[in-house]
Design a protein around this ligand. Structure first.
Ligand code: G3P
Ligand code: CA
Length: 422
């Protein structure tokens, strides 16, 4: 049953519908700044849905990065277009028959080099799967203003599990209400070819904006530009819009946006900008950025906030510090054999490997340098010095620990009591 508002819209649409095909289409303005959306990253120059492609999308100053979602066997949302791994890896079979750990063993880059020899790069071979959480964490760390167009891909095949998994993740990361249902500001926009999926997402998270993907809408209301209440943008193919240029205005008159896909050709981009689209998905966000910037209708660069440089492939540097420096024994007497133990903390976002640590007493090294094989991001590791003899050392001393190759260091005074036979 239609409510009053939608009945009115339907009546307007029925009047409008015959006009759309024949109307002289006037230039339509976008509702806000036009979005450059990196389709599967910058997937023209790098293997889709890999860190290589996402890095390039950010380097090309995209407003948004796309992720097509699949669910692994163990329920993790990963960025993969196809429901099988066949096209983009050396594996075979459905993605949801693999655990995340199993997917991490597949190569999602080598296929690109074989398919695109002119754009091949040796380092693409061995590119790994990216989880949606990893995509969000990495690119929001680079740029808290980065935005994401995330697609529930083939959601019916996941039996209703994908939408709650998505909303749970976004809730945990504090990203559900970042735009308060405003598609022009929300960090996240959820897109789908499946209206039921969008309806489910909206029911779980009403503040998340949604976009409906289609090639040729069967529903006459949607064909006339009237979207369901739980959809905030139409996302038709560029082919549909070129055949129905008045569609953008029809959707705009309902207060909703039009995002279109997938457009790499500059002339076609220009034609779509002419008819007032609000966002374009492109495998070549550099080309798209240039066309939008040429007419000055995009998001202001300062608002986009993409950094000029950032750590490649989400390899954030570790950040090491000395959390503790202890002595054993704690009260040293002349004649004791003393060891010093340092706790090294890594508060950075990347793991630290082969950490070299030097202990010194009164500026003189205590034995050889010590090595810590690995300090994981967010973790600590302890390391103990060689022995230091307190014999004939009565009085005040200072022990220092230095993490070589960083400026992390700590010192601690200690006293050797002369109450043992020296
Ligand atoms: O999401 C926009 C566009 O990507 C839809 O097509 O098949 O590339 O996901 P597809
Ligand atoms: Ca997509």
């Amino acid at each position: 049953m239609l409510d009053t508002k939608h009945a009115g819209l339907l009546a307007a649409a029925l009047v409008l519908l015959p006009c759309l095909a024949f109307a002289q289409v006037s230039l339509e303005a976008p509702l806000g700044p036009v979005l450059a959306i990196g389709h599967r990253g910058a997937s023209y120059v790098a293997p889709e849905h890999t860190l290589f492609a996402y890095d390039q999308a950010m380097a090309f100053d995209a407003d948004m990065i796309e992720c097509d979602l699949q669910l692994t066997k163990d329920g993790v949302l990963v960025c993969m277009h196809d429901t099988t791994v066949d096209r983009t890896s050396e594996g075979t079979g459905r993605a949801d028959t693999y655990t995340l750990d199993e997917l991490r063993h597949l190569d999602f880059g080598a296929w690109f080099n074989q398919a695109n020899p002119a754009r091949a790069r040796p380092e693409y071979a061995g590119a790994r799967i990216v989880t949606f959480e990893e995509q969000l964490a990495c690119y929001l760390r680079h740029n808290p203003r980065m935005r994401f167009h995330v697609e529930t891909k083939a959601p019916a095949e996941y039996g209703g599990r994908m939408e709650p998994a998505l909303v749970d993740l976004l809730t945990r990361l504090g990203l559900v209400a970042t735009g308060h249902q405003d598609i022009q500001t929300s960090t996240i926009v959820v897109q789908s070819f499946d209206l039921a999926s969008l309806q489910a997402v909206k029911a779980l998270a009403p503040t998340l904006p949604t976009a409906y993907l289609f090639s040729a809408p069967a529903d006459p209301l949607i064909a006339a530009g009237v979207l369901p209440s739980y959809v905030d943008a139409a996302a038709p193919t560029s082919v549909f819009l070129r055949a129905n240029p008045g569609y953008v205005g029809a959707v705009h008159r309902t207060g909703k946006e039009v995002h279109t896909w997938t457009v790499d050709d500059p002339a076609e981009i220009d034609a779509l900008l002419d008819i007032g689209v609000d966002g374009i998905f492109s495998n070549r966000p550099d080309v798209l950025r240039a066309r939008i910037d040429a007419r000055g209708t995009g998001v202001d660069a300062a608002v986009r906030g993409n950094p000029a440089a950032f750590p490649a492939l989400c390899q954030f540097p570790p950040d090491l510090s000395v959390a503790d420096l202890a002595l054993s024994p704690e009260r040293v007497a002349g004649g004791d054999v003393v060891t010093f133990t340092a706790t090294i903390a890594n508060t950075g976002a990347g793991d630290a490997a082969d950490v070299r640590v030097r202990f010194l007493v009164d500026g003189a090294p205590v034995g050889d340098d010590r090595m810590i094989a690995r300090v994981a991001a967010g973790a600590t590791a302890t390391v103990t010095s060689a022995s230091w003899l307190a014999k004939r050392q009565t009085g005040l001393h200072s022990v220092e620990v230095r993490v070589l190759e960083t400026d992390a260091a700590a010192t601690r005074p200690f006293v050797v009591q002369g109450n043992k036979l020296q």
